[in-house]
Design a protein around this ligand. Structure first.
Ligand SMILES: Nc1ncnc2c1ncn2[C@@H]1O[C@H](COP(=O)(O)OP(=O)(O)O)[C@@H](O)[C@H]1O
Ligand SMILES: Cc1cn([C@H]2C[C@H](O)[C@@H](COP(=O)(O)O)O2)c(=O)[nH]c1=O
Ligand SMILES: [Zn+2]
Length: 284
């Protein structure tokens, strides 16, 4: 991507010290040796069926060759991690879909995965709240994806992986790190950063230190129309994971989130008084 190498960046004319002053062997000098490796990727695209989960697998021939005069270690092609978070109805799935389609248009081979916990709408597609759809792999975890997709196809032909409802995947961090760091994949992750109590949700936030970009989207507060950064649960259920749409959740601004939580606390305390009353009454 960049038109310069590590070696150019630290050429003696640009740094106030000489490389000879560095201890040898050092991690730094090892990194320099790696940076001298050259990677060439050749690829030809065939047409693949449009909008199928298998459209990710075109019969593209991709091979990566690494050559080095100083080392036999091969440098993995660089991958990327892009994280899109925000409350419900903020456009995370729409953004994921746009980015995935843009990658597809540049000839990249793509695959989209969503958690099979989300049974709203349709299990074989990601579907936005506006009804836009795209075929996907609906899986219980991410570690099973490579095998289901086909290891050979995964390794040699797949370029971009989209993950929706990322908060539901327990193995999100390991999968994304390996895919980007070791396998050269671009991973676009969409998910809730926080649950209805504004607690971190799953391991989405763990991706931030290893991400290239992080985008937090906002919606419109259903009460006042201002910018909404949080999701309010309209029902009294307390479990963290509760699949649902607008019948259970709404996007809210900070003021209305706090208002809602205060109302919830009042309801909770009055219901605990009632429960307590019952317990006292029965023990008399
Ligand atoms: N109750 C709602 N509040 C706000 N937006 C809504 C609501 N219901 C549907 N939408 C629509 O949902 C769209 C975002 O959908 P989507 O990309 O699926 O969001 P996310 O994945 O963040 O939940 C918005 O552009 C809006 O048109
Ligand atoms: C806030 C919150 C949400 N969920 C569930 C509800 C939906 O099924 C998904 C989020 O979908 P979206 O694409 O972001 O609209 O997550 C939950 O289980 N627990 C929560 O606290
Ligand atoms: Zn509001």
């Amino acid at each position: 991507m960049f038109g310069f190498s590590m070696r150019t960046l630290i050429s003696p004319s640009l740094v106030p010290f000489s490389l000879h002053h560095l201890p040898k062997p050092s991690l730094f000098s090892a990194a320099l040796r790696f940076s001298s490796l050259t990677i060439s990727i050749s690829a030809t695209n065939n047409n693949s069926p449009k909008h199928s989960p298998y459209s990710a697998i075109s019969t593209r021939n991709a091979h990566t060759t690494a050559s080095s005069s100083s080392s036999s270690l091969s440098l993995s092609p660089p991958g990327e991690i892009h994280v899109v978070v925000g409350p419900m109805f903020s456009g995370k799935t729409t953004t994921l879909l746009r980015r995935i389609l843009a990658e597809k248009q540049t000839g990249k081979n793509i695959a989209v995965i969503k958690s099979n916990k989300d049974t709203r709408y349709c299990t074989e597609s990601i579907v936005t709240h506006d009804g836009e759809k795209f075929p996907c792999w609906s899986l219980p975890d991410l570690s099973s994806f490579k095998e289901r997709f086909g290891i050979e196809d995964y390794e040699n032909r797949l370029d971009v992986i989209g993950i929706d409802e990322a908060q539901f995947f327990g193995d999100l961090y390991e999968f994304c790190r390996e895919a980007a760091d070791k396998e050269g994949k671009t991973v676009i992750v969409a998910g809730l950063d926080g649950d209805f109590m504004r607690r971190r949700f799953g391991s989405v936030l763990d991706l931030i230190p290893i991400a290239d970009t992080v985008t937090k989207l906002t919606s419109r507060c259903e009460v006042c129309g201002k910018r909404a950064s949080f999701t309010m649960r309209k029902t009294e259920e307390r479990v963290t994971e509760l699949i649902g749409g607008a019948e259970v959740y709404m996007p809210v601004c900070r003021s209305h989130y706090v208002c809602g939580q205060t109302a919830r606390a009042v309801l909770d305390s009055s219901s605990s008084i009632k429960t307590h009353d019952v317990v006292v009454a029965t023990s008399l």
